[in-house]
Design a protein around this ligand. Sequence first.
Ligand SMILES: [Zn+2]
Length: 324
Amino acid sequence: MALSSDAAHRVHSPPHHRRRTSCRSVRRSNRTRYPGSDTTPPTPKIAFTFDDLPAHGPLPPGESRLEVASKILAALHDVHMPQVFGFVNGARVEQPSDAAALQAWRDAGYPLGNHTWSHMNLNQHSLEEFEADLSHNEPELSTLMKNNNEDWHWFRFPFLAEGDTPAKSTGIRTFLAQHGYKIAAVTMSFGDYLWNEPYARCEAKGDAKAIALLESSYLAAADDSIGYYRDLSHRLYGRDIPYVLLMHVGAFDAEMLPKLLELYRSKGFEFITLEAAEGDEFYRNDTDLRQPSNPDTLEGAMAERHLALPSKASPDPDPDTLCR
Ligand SMILES: [Zn+2]
């Protein structure tokens, strides 16, 4: 897989030797061995999350939302993935297959959380409109989650937009706290959504060569993002925080998920739940909303310390240019 030299440097950059004694560090056999060291750093941990259930992006000819969800669930099942939150937009349920995709998520034993009814952008709407849209999503969520004593009060901001004014960002935190929510943060992502529309287009054209390019660039971007965010975490805290990965329920995401999971496993990652990840001190602002708002992304934490972000490679080739 093609990696930029920058990304390759990050992936193979020297290890950090702190916190070496955790018993957790000896669990995995496929962890990275570091030259010149007879010990290994603690296993990095990650919680996968999926947004825009039940429908994200265009579909290739002949594929349904239920098929996309089923492929994702099968891949997660194959690696014994613990509970994975799917964040729901109730307005996206347009046909029976969409509703079946949501039910399939529940039937697999995985929880659902709130992503607003209509995928509303808080930065483009009033606080009152946003709160109404968020609340409108609750009856369906509550129904889908009712048979288990599970907590669906996890909220993922659409567009990760947490408010463009202090009044909005403070106001929504107060609202979420009053309604018992915790915020689902994002501390790792690689723009997975960018490949779904080109994939549908290339499948419709039957362009196998272009689809091969989509595959290699998707995995390279994911690989690059692992090095990028681990580098930020080590610069800031001298350790891997438990990461929360943002994914979407797109057709190409479903197609690529087995290979993506294998990539994470090959890097030594342990898969954990969102609750477990956000039990880390880094996420305190997202789980205790009485706290004042602080950065809940690694980029934000870098900015707060006036540290420049390292450069980030763009997908190559740009998926948007394919099969036009
Ligand atoms: Zn979304």
